[in-house]
Design a protein around this ligand. Structure first.
Ligand SMILES: Cc1cc2nc3c(=O)[nH]c(=O)nc-3n(C[C@H](O)[C@H](O)[C@H](O)COP(=O)(O)O)c2cc1C
Length: 181
């Protein structure tokens, strides 16, 4: 079983990025499980003085990252950048030993969010994540107010999500095979 941790960069209840991740859970191929991390908004502000001995909520996040075979991120753009709450979560993972090398699929709910996507790639590459390009997709949910049911039912978006998840699964399984050799 390939275990994915889905993390939305938006705290908004009706977030299109969060809905996209929930749609992914509905469509996930056999052999893939998706767990949603919902505590980005509860994390304390990152403090380097605490990085080596972090609060329990951060320890729990790092453990979830460690248990996951891959991370599925969907993050909006705020003021041409990464939303502060999500960047804060990433900052807590910079010094962790769980994050480097972790396969990451970048989902993007808005074709307009190019600056945030570029910034996110730079940050994730700096954190030594392994961004899986065939598993990274942009869909247009901007101002459409589609929930996960509508997203999963849209033929074109559905196909994009399924293809991305299959590519992510294949890459993770390939990485595991290479590691065993
Ligand atoms: C404070 C704020 C700043 C934003 N800045 C941008 C921006 O720079 N570029 C952009 O394309 N959209 C921007 N948006 C629009 C959001 O990216 C858009 O509403 C998106 O759907 C939010 O993601 P969500 O639906 O997952 O919450 C901004 C929205 C907010 C609330």
């Amino acid at each position: 079983m390939v275990r994915l941790l889905a993390v939305s960069g938006s705290l908004r209840t009706a977030s299109s990025n969060s809905a996209l991740l929930r749609a992914a859970e509905r469509l996930n191929p056999e052999g893939v499980s998706i767990r949603h991390y919902l505590e980005v908004g509860q994390l304390p502000h990152f403090d380097p003085d605490l990085a080596d001995n972090p609060p329990p909520i951060v320890v729990a996040l790092r453990e979830l990252i460690g248990q996951a075979d891959g991370i599925l991120i969907s993050c909006p753009e705020y003021a041409r950048g990464i939303p502060g709450a999500f960047k804060n979560a990433l900052d807590w993972l910079v010094a962790s030993h769980e994050f480097p090398g972790k396969p990451v699929a970048l989902f993007n709910a808005s074709p307009r969010a190019s600056h945030a996507q570029a910034a996110l790639r730079l940050v994730l590459e700096t954190m030594s994540a392994s961004i899986v390009e065939p598993a990274s997709i942009t869909v247009n949910l901007l101002a459409k107010e589609m929930d996960e049911t509508a997203i999963a039912a849209d033929p074109q978006i559905r196909q994009q999500i399924v293809s991305a998840l299959e590519a992510f699964k294949d890459r993770i399984e390939e990485g595991a095979r290479i590691a065993e050799e």
